[in-house]
Design a protein around this ligand. Sequence first.
Ligand code: IPM
Ligand code: MG
Length: 354
Amino acid sequence: MDIKIALVPGDGIGPDIVSEAVRVLDRVASKFGHSISYKEIDAGGISIDRYGMPLTEDALENAKASDAVLLGAVGGPKWDSLPGAKRPEKALLGLRSGLGLFCNFRPAVIYPELAGASPLKDSVIKQGVDLLVVRELTGGIYFGERGRSDDGEEAYDTMRYSRSEILRIAKKAFEAARIRRKRVTLVDKANVLESSRLWRETVSELAASYSDVTLDFMYVDNAAMQLVRNPAHFDVLLTENMFGDILSDEASMITGSIGMLSSASLREDSFGMYEPIHGSAPDIAGKDIANPIATILSAASMLRYSFSLEKEAVSIENAVKSALSDGIRTRDIATEGEKCVGTKECGKEIEERI
Ligand code: IPM
Ligand code: MG
């Protein structure tokens, strides 16, 4: 297969970890007889420095012209004082909406080798943690009307959803649940928000077409509590954009290792953008200590979702598991006294196991 990938290394540790994912992808390509070409795109802080804006038209066009996007991370303290529309994060939001990626999958799983890293008690972890946050990604308060009063003393952001926006993401959640443990939990704030009531109504109606899947509902505050009290309850957690942002960070920490978790942002066709859940960690950028595994696993998701290359995706996931069980650890996932490897060595160890 001929594959055109847009690479968006971004800022901070972005370039460090994206190079390791490329190393692994190249090995997969040569082993399975595919040809992968890469087009590097500037987005985030690096684009602000070079072109005065977080995402240029040209960058977005290049992303659109590719088959899939692999992104590192954007942002850093250097650009923190910029106004909202000029911040590096705007690049991420621009890519998501510009590419129409309304469906965000954020799986949180515990690797048995790393169970000790979870901040939760063994007795809770033992019940099993294997959940998928399905986050709506191009609507809600992130993209609603916002503004300030003339005197600057008042500000507002708006959460708006249409039935069709809810339907398309809810379908993705039910489809995902079908090949998992067949439970969808809709997380909302329907006791207060009208938009949440529309979510409940729409998702309940849709549930009739997925009679093999169990649907339950949870208010977002309760969900935040249940995630640490009884994470085993969750299979697919379906929610709107901002709740999903918050809960996916919480879910990732349950696994003890935000450096391990990948995400996929999808739309109806096979196009997708893949990125680690973690941020740009500017304090450790360029020091060869960042954990590249989340990005490497994001590359595996890319092969699976965008190119239906299941064998190839599994070969990466197995290489990661094998490296972990052989004790390969970057600093963030090492327990005290364990020997650590750097970003590059970690990438090479995984590459060799493909
Ligand atoms: C995420 C991030 C982004 C978000 C930021 C960087 C805009 O937190 O991908 O979860 O809020 O969506
Ligand atoms: Mg977030």
